[in-house]
Design a protein around this ligand. Structure first.
Ligand SMILES: Cc1ncc(COP(=O)(O)O)c(C=O)c1O
Length: 384
């Protein structure tokens, strides 16, 4: 490596370490389960996005196993080559019928789907408006695309409406459930503001679908209005991975031509498509998973609601606000001593001064584990 790159890399790593922002991957055994092992020790998993507990469900595992035996493991190509099968088509029908769209395009990840939509649709001279707490995939797409980008105050649709007063072709994007805060955007006013201004609307429903709305139908269950572009992901409540953009037939045709993440990337496999289709059925019919989440949320709220750091949410994402980077790491490590695994979220993922634990509940947790988590958090917060 050249000296210039060596110096740059070393400096960036040193900066991260000195400001308590260094990240490292942990090797886990069973990170998709409510209890996992790390270095031979057991931990309660309050970190994953597997809200409904589908990632470790026997029903979904058997479906995957059968589909792999029958269909093989890889898709072999991108969708426009040979990567779109009957099974992808069945998934597209199930998804579009459920959520009420004319078409869907599949992607390897939500990150790719978000970037595909922004890059394919926005041109020089256009305006992209985003909630300032939108996910990094959207922020990065906005920063890299040729359009101008403005950000509105978090969940402030009045501010959005002000920014929408422009003659430029405009697209506005919000998350439904915010990944680091667990709060839910007012989707009715978001879509109305876009419609009144003649702007294209887009919702990233990564943390909403499966969890909120009637039968877990996510963002669309929280508004009577139709958002133009709905991005859904299969790596959270679906317990799998991959993503889709749902949209009109014409928009689908356009993205099929011009969304480079779609055209030039290997499709997920037919077996994967079968398993996502099965996950849709489970999400629609297994209400007990959402009921269990409400029950666990109530236990968490009851113990913690008056504790400093507690933030009330209607979703399984329970941020625990700490503030400083060093303090959040200390709390995270103290909980680890008690076999409780949470994630310390620090800048740049969240704004400076708002470092937090991101605690997530899953339908596979038992009540005793949530009580243990809540009691430990309460004790540590009182000790601060
Ligand atoms: C709001 C939001 N959108 C998109 C993504 C990216 O989805 P994926 O993990 O499928 O790439 C995430 C992932 O954490 C997310 O939180």
């Amino acid at each position: 490596m050249t000296l210039a790159f060596n110096q740059r890399i070393r400096q960036a790593l040193d900066d991260r370490k000195q400001s308590d922002l260094f990240r490292s991957v942990q090797t886990l055994e069973g990170g998709n389960q409510p209890v996992f092992q790390n270095n031979g020790q057991r931990f309660h998993n309050f970190s994953s996005n597997d809200y409904l507990g589908l990632a470790s469900s026997d029903e979904l595992k058997s479906c995957y196993q059968r589909a792999v035996s029958e269909l093989g493991v890889g898709s072999g190509a991108s969708p426009l080559v040979t990567g779109y099968s009957n099974q992808h088509h069945s998934l597209e029908l199930a998804l579009t019928e459920w959520l009420g769209y004319e078409g869907a395009l599949f992607f390897s990840s939500g990150f790719a789907a978000n970037q595909a939509a922004v890059f394919a649709l926005l041109k020089k001279g256009d305006l992209l408006i985003q909630d300032r707490l939108n996910h990094a995939s959207l922020m990065e797409a906005g920063a890299l695309c040729d359009a101008d980008m403005k950000r509105y105050r978090h969940c402030d649709n009045d501010h959005l409406a002000t920014l929408l007063q422009t003659d430029k072709p405009t697209m506005a994007v919000t998350e439904s459930v915010f990944s680091m805060d667990g709060d839910i955007a007012d989707l009715d006013t978001f879509i109305s503001a876009c419609q009144q201004a003649g702007a294209l609307s887009m919702i990233d429903d990564a943390h909403g679908l499966g969890v909120i709305g009637e039968q877990g139908n996510g963002a669309i269950g929280c508004t009577a209005q139709r958002v133009d572009i709905l991005v859904v992901t299969f790596g959270k409540a679906f317990g799998l991975n991959g993503a889709a953009i749902l949209c009109s037939k014409e928009m689908k045709e356009y993205l099929t031509q011009f969304a480079r993440h779609y055209v030039y990337s290997t499709a997920f496999s037919a077996a994967h498509a079968v398993t996502i289709t099965k996950a849709i059925e489970m999400i629609q019919t297994q209400h007990w998973r959402r009921e269990k989440l409400s029950e666990l949320g109530a236990v968490y709220d009851e113990v913690l609601q008056s504790a400093p750091g507690y933030i009330s949410t209607q979703t399984p994402i329970k941020p625990w606000l700490v503030g400083g980077e060093e303090q959040v790491l200390r709390l995270c490590n103290a909980l680890k001593q008690e076999q409780i695994w949470t994630t310390a979220i620090r800048p740049p993922t969240v704004p400076k001064g708002s470092a937090r634990l991101r605690i997530t509940l899953s339908a596979t947790h038992d009540i005793e584990a949530v009580e243990q988590l809540a009691t430990s958090l309460k004790r540590h917060s009182e000790g601060c």
